[in-house]
Write a protein that binds this ligand. Structure first.
Ligand code: C5P
Length: 232
C-alpha cells in the first residue's frame, strides 16, 4: 500500500507547523501545492524533507519542453519523492521534464495529471475536447507511460480502466477523496478511501477532509486505518 499524502493547502509555514503539531507523533507524508510553494518557497520544502516527511511536490508543470526540463532540474534538488506535470503539455514535454529531473535526482518519481478531479464531462465540452472523459484520461495516461513517467494523478473512478491499459507498477495517485456522507466542495469525481482501495489507487491525496476536520488527528487515524486495510 502506498502513501496517504495530506494536502498542505495552507498559506504559511506557521499554519503548516500548527497543523502538523496537532498530528504529532505522526510524521505524515504530505503534498505541497502551489499555494504553499509560492508562499514559502523551496527552502520550506527542503525543511519538510529534512524533518522526515515524504513530500509530493504538486506544482503541475505545464510549459514548453525546454522550460519544463529546466524547471524539473531545479525541483530535483529538493529531495522530494514525487512531483508532477500536466499530461496536457504533451509527450515531448513529459519526456523533457523527466530528463531534467534525472539530471539532479536519480530517485524522485514523476507523474502526470490526466484531468483534474474538479473537471467533469461538461467542462471537457467547454474546453472543446470532444471525447468521453474515460477516453481522454486513458489517452493521457498512455502518453505519460510512453514518455517514461512513473504514473498519473487521476480520479479513483478512473483507476479500474487505467489498470487494464497501463503497465504493472504504474502509480495511480488519487485526490478527490471524501469520507462517506461529507461535502464534495469543488471536487466533482470523488470517492471514499475504501472505494479508492478497491478501484486500485496506489496512493491517496487527502486535503480538506483532514485539514478542516474538527479533530484532524482522529480523522487522519481513521482514514489511514481504512487505507492500510486494518480492521477497526
Ligand atoms: O481538499 P481536497 O482533498 O479536495 O484536496 C485535494 C488536493 O489535491 C488539492 O491540493 C488539489 O490541488 C489536489 N489535486 C486535485 N486534483 C488533481 C491534482 C491535484 O484535487 N487532479
Amino acid at each position: 500500500m502506498g502513501q496517504l499524502y495530506i494536502a498542505l493547502d495552507f498559506q504559511s509555514a506557521a499554519e503548516v507547523e500548527q497543523f502538523l503539531n496537532q498530528l504529532a507523533p505522526y510524521r505524515p507524508a504530505v503534498k505541497v501545492g502551489m499555494e504553499l510553494y509560492y508562499a514559502e518557497g523551496p527552502a520550506f520544502v527542503r525543511r519538510l524533507t529534512e524533518q522526515g516527511h515524504a513530500v509530493f511536490l504538486d506544482l503541475k508543470v505545464h510549459d514548453i519542453p525546454e522550460t519544463a526540463r529546466r524547471t524539473m532540474r531545479v525541483l530535483g534538488q529538493l529531495g522530494v519523492e514525487l512531483t508532477n506535470v500536466h499530461a496536457a503539455g504533451g509527450e515531448a514535454m513529459m519526456r523533457a521534464a523527466l530528463a531534467g529531473l534525472r539530471e539532479t535526482s536519480p530517485t524522485t518519481r514523476l507523474i502526470a495529471v490526466t484531468q483534474l478531479t474538479s473537471t467533469d464531462q461538461a467542462m471537457l465540452t467547454d474546453l472543446m475536447i470532444p471525447h468521453a472523459m474515460d477516453q481522454v484520461v486513458t489517452h493521457y495516461a498512455q502518453q505519460a507511460e510512453q514518455a517514461g513517467l512513473d504514473g498519473v494523478v487521476c480520479s479513483a473512478l478512473d483507476t479500474p480502466t487505467l489498470k487494464t491499459v497501463c503497465r504493472t507498477g504504474f502509480q495511480f495517485v488519487t485526490p478527490g477523496i471524501r469520507p462517506a456522507g461529507t461535502e464534495a466542495d469543488d471536487q466533482k469525481r470523488i470517492a471514499t478511501v475504501m472505494d479508492a482501495r478497491q478501484y486500485g489507487a496506489t496512493d491517496l491525496v487527502i486535503g480538506r477532509a483532514i485539514t478542516q476536520a474538527a479533530d484532524p488527528k482522529q480523522m487522519y487515524e481513521i482514514l489511514l486505518t481504512q487505507w492500510k486495510g486494518i480492521k477497526q
